[in-house]
Structure formats: structure tokens, C-alpha cells
Design a protein around this ligand. Structure first.
Ligand SMILES: [Zn+2]
Length: 101
């Protein structure tokens, strides 16, 4: 998968974000007692929400992408109920940056 591309190339035909083609993913680790805000995965398990960076930002420096995602996060209701957010390279799952609230 090419992360230099600004469009979805995995076949999912996503316009804005893609769980395969976005460069960076952000896992939101919620405080205890917020299971209603968790996502349900394909196996029916509750999992932490994950956001993906906009495809159009794929060629931007990591720091810029992360700052934009954090800004969007701080404007969201998740801010109140989150312990930590972790940023990963979507293709390798390597941790780039961890931010504790
Ligand atoms: Zn894709």
C-alpha cells in the first residue's frame, strides 16, 4: 500500500479516511466506565475508538498530521472521557507518539 497516495487505493473507495490507506491511526484509550463510547468490532468485542488521518494529508509530515488530529480530538466530546491517545503508522502499527491527557 502506498502512503504517498492521497487517494484510497485498497479498493474500499473511501473518500476522506481509509482504515487501510490513511497514513496514521489514532487509538483513543477511554477512561473506565465509558464502554458505551467504544466501538464494536467484527467479533462483537468492545474496542477503543480509532480515528484515521485524512487521505489528503498522507504526504504531509507526521507532526502536521498528528497536530491536526489532536486539534480535532480536542474539539470532540471524547476529550472529556479519554486517558490517552496513541498515534501509530497505519502500515506497520509502530507507535509514533503518545499523548496523555
Ligand atoms: Zn483504502
Amino acid at each position: 500500500m502506498s502512503y504517498n497516495s492521497k487517494i484510497c487505493r485498497c479498493g474500499a473507495s473511501r473518500d476522506i479516511y481509509c482504515s487501510n490507506c490513511s497514513k496514521i491511526s489514532m487509538a483513543i484509550l477511554l477512561k473506565n466506565g465509558n464502554d458505551d463510547l467504544k466501538y464494536t468490532n467484527a467479533r462483537g468485542q468492545k474496542v477503543c475508538p480509532v480515528w484515521y488521518s485524512p487521505l489528503k494529508h498522507n504526504s504531509k509530515p507526521d507532526r502536521d498530521v498528528i497536530e491536526k488530529m489532536l486539534t480535532r480530538f480536542y474539539d470532540s466530546p471524547f476529550k472529556q472521557v479519554t486517558q490517552q491517545v496513541n498515534f501509530y503508522y497505519n502500515n506497520t502499527s509502530n507507535l509514533i507518539f503518545s499523548h496523555t491527557l
